[in-house]
Design a protein around this ligand. Structure first.
Ligand code: OGA
Ligand code: MN
Length: 200
């Protein structure tokens, strides 16, 4: 894991983002996919909204994904593997980049076929606790023609990332605009944010 963590720290320092494969091994991804939640997501997940609390609204035109927040106290062992790796990443980044990251908030995510999330920034207008966005993809045998790319916009260009199983994308929540393109298959992930305060 040291090498993977190193690559994430280097990417963040150099370019404000990092893409690493094998953040979770194939068996570790398989275990998460077998969880009842993902198997029966229509029962467990809610339509995602935009904005925070009072400002929250569901807007079909902006995003079409379904989410289920993960409570670390009750998460299944297969998801705990990922949560504890994220905690290790937080400790590593604090040492490597002199940050004071403290916690993470994480949800399971399904994009039904054809749904998308329009270009946006992850930090809320009135709350800047989200420092890093971290997305773990869970899609086996995903092909270019399945679409569903994460498109990240940098100053003068954009580039696309396929949501491949075991791949982790990490980027500065305040700095990089991004969007999710529609896909021809259900697109599964665990989406999270690393915070500079303890989650309340
Ligand atoms: C988000 C988001 C990107 C992705 O949930 O805010 O931008 O690739 N997700 O799923
Ligand atoms: Mn986002």
């Amino acid at each position: 894991m040291e090498q993977v963590f190193d690559a994430i720290a280097d990417g963040l320092a150099d370019k404000q983002y990092a893409i690493v494969d094998n953040f979770l091994k194939e068996e570790e991804v398989d275990a998460i996919l077998k969880e009842d939640h993902f198997q029966h997501y229509q029962q467990h997940f809610k339509k995602a909204g935009i904005g925070k609390q009072a400002n929250a609204q569901i807007n079909e035109a902006i995003r079409g994904d379904f989410i289920s927040w993960i409570d670390p106290q009750t998460a299944l062992p297969s998801t705990q593997v990922y949560l504890s790796r994220l905690q290790n990443l937080i400790q590593f980044l604090n040492r490597a980049l002199f940050l004071s990251l403290k916690d993470a908030e994480v949800h399971q995510t399904v994009y039904p076929i054809g749904s998308y999330y329009k270009r946006h920034l992850d930090q809320f207008k009135k709350d800047d606790a989200r420092k890093l966005s971290v997305i773990l993809y869970l899609n086996k045998n995903w092909k270019e023609e399945n679409g569903g790319q994460l498109r990240i916009y940098t100053n003068d260009q954009s580039f696309d990332i396929l949501p491949l199983a075991g791949r982790l994308v990490c980027f500065r929540s305040d700095a990089l605009e991004h969007e999710v393109l529609p896909a021809t298959r259900e697109r599964l992930s665990i989406t999270g944010w690393i915070l500079d305060r303890i989650k309340i």
